[in-house]
Design a protein around this ligand. Structure first.
Ligand SMILES: Cc1cc2nc3c(=O)[nH]c(=O)nc-3n(C[C@H](O)[C@H](O)[C@H](O)COP(=O)(O)OP(=O)(O)OC[C@H]3O[C@@H](n4cnc5c(N)ncnc54)[C@H](O)[C@@H]3O)c2cc1C
Length: 436
């Protein structure tokens, strides 16, 4: 296999194969992601009494857990509230590419945020991948983290010149990228941009590992505990649906869709739905890498090793067919179009074993909104606007919000500020999580 191998460090890590924990027919796998089918739940109690902490984090997806974990490592006392279960939000619906090849492209990012902004964006996403790599090693998280290359190839309506312009913009941003005449091995994808040292992992095994490490550092997690209202002040108070209260010096709202500022943030981002299928293929028949095309909406592909009752194989995980939330889902046709697109690029393929979909929050300028919550007291923070890059944006949120809460400067703060100039005209609203 012409695979650009993982780094020596990550190769040494042992990781078990992914097994479907509750084998069912492929029909029954509809709606269930590969990740949900192959990860054990992480049990936690619900909040049954009033508590105090330095920081209260709301939402146990990758953004909330990374923030909670990094703060706990700084010696902060942290309470994490989750209304359902750990990793049960969009982190369980992802396709889990860890990339600094931004979904909207560096040409657009540069035009919207300038050359310095594009460099900071590239630096933050590369740093997020490195931070995940570091945490996986430090906390011994068995989540199949591995470095792989990523290939961006042309959709039917784009020219080689478009690819070249994107290459130039990505290079100006400091990204480790090359122009190559073809993807690895036999794949007939045409000329590509090769993004080096991207990565992939099992997202639910990663967040379960983060949760376990957070608890080892003294963190408290309460699941099945919905935050309903934040009363901001020097000491903020978070009221839960079961009438308990967390008082804290700072609050982080990491609920993906911002629960405390629906109105004001509505103008800054739009919800989209994206669709994914997992097709079983013979192990090693397609080089292990990330693949994206330049179509709009684009297609995104990666591979995942499986070893279970059906034997050793790989899954080709393909996503795309994005549309604005609220438009007809037309599930069968969207899944069928994905399947036919995959056959056109990767040859004859079996029927998909997994089908799922999820929501992404696309901000109007391609980057997440991370920082002080507009219109709130200084000690209320948000992370939203994942823009389809929520695993790296969620990790950036953890790093950036930890710095802000610890009173440290961070070079990315202005770029990701929810009050950045482009957003200033949007209205603000009261800090109500949801109606009581
Ligand atoms: C199909 C698809 C493919 C994707 N592919 C990629 C990819 O390849 N790479 C990438 O980087 N990103 C990708 N993304 C985006 C990424 O997966 C998400 O943006 C990211 O996982 C979101 O993490 P989060 O922590 O912000 O939110 P979530 O994982 O949604 O976590 C938020 C949590 O908050 C909880 N919550 C909500 N309200 C409350 C409340 N009031 N009280 C308590 N808890 C509450 C929810 O239950 C949830 O568990 C993809 C997304 C989708 C849907």
């Amino acid at each position: 296999m012409a695979r650009k191998a993982a780094s020596a460090k990550s190769r040494k890590r042992k990781s078990s194969s992914d097994k479907v924990l509750n084998p069912r027919s492929s029909v029954a796998m509809r709606g269930l992601s590969t990740w949900c089918a192959t990860a054990a739940p992480f049990p936690s109690p619900s909040l049954e009494q009033n508590v105090h902490a330095d920081v209260c984090v709301i939402g146990a997806g990758i953004a909330g857990l990374t923030t909670a974990y990094l703060l706990a490592r700084e010696g902060q006392s942290v309470v994490l509230l989750e209304k359902n279960k750990i990793g049960g939000g969009e982190t369980s619906h992802t396709s889990a590419h860890l990339s600094n090849a931004l979904d909207v492209g560096y040409r657009k990012i540069e035009s919207l945020h300038g050359e310095t902004g594009a460099r900071l964006a590239a630096h933050s996403h590369s740093s997020a991948i490195s931070r995940i790599d570091f945490i996986v090693a430090k906390e011994h998280i068995d989540c199949r983290f591995e470095r792989v290359d990523g290939y961006l190839f042309l959709g039917p309506h784009d020219s080689e010149n478009d690819l070249h312009l994107e290459f130039e913009a990505a290079r100006r941003a400091g990204v480790n990228v090359k122009e190559v005449q073809h993807a690895p091995s036999h794949l007939q994808l045409g000329p590509c941009l090769k993004f080096q040292r991207q990565a992939q992992f099992h997202p639910l095994k990663y967040v379960a590992g983060l949760a376990a490490a957070f608890k080892r550092y003294g963190g408290r997690i309460y699941t099945a505990t919905e935050a309903r209202k934040i009363k901001s002040g020097k000491t903020a108070e978070v009221f839960t649906a079961n009438k308990r209260k967390v008082s804290a010096g700072a609050v982080v709202v990491a609920t993906n869709t911002p629960a405390n500022h629906r109105m004001s943030l509505h103008a800054k981002q739009t919800a989209y739905r994206s669709y994914v299928i997992g097709i079983p293929i013979r192990a090693n028949s397609i080089p292990n890498a990330l693949y994206w095309d330049t179509e709009d909406p684009f297609h995104y592909v990666r591979l995942q090793r499986m070893n279970d009752h059906l034997g050793e194989r790989q899954l080709l995980i393909l996503g795309g067919e994005d549309h604005k939330a609220g438009q007809p889902e037309d599930l069968e046709n969207r899944f069928a179009r994905l399947r036919s697109w995959a056959r056109g690029r990767f040859g004859p393929l079996a029927e998909p074993e997994f089908h799922w979909s999820g929501q992404v929050m696309n901000s109007i300028d391609g980057l997440a909104l991370i920082g002080r919550s507009p219109g709130d007291e200084e000690n209320v923070y948000i992370a939203t606007g994942d823009s389809g890059m929520g695993l790296t944006h969620g990790t950036i949120a953890g790093i950036l919000l930890t710095d802000l809460i610890m009173g440290r400067e961070n070079p990315w703060a202005g770029l990701y500020s929810p009050s950045r100039a482009r957003f200033r005209s949007a209205p603000e609203s009261a800090a109500q999580i949801s109606p009581e």
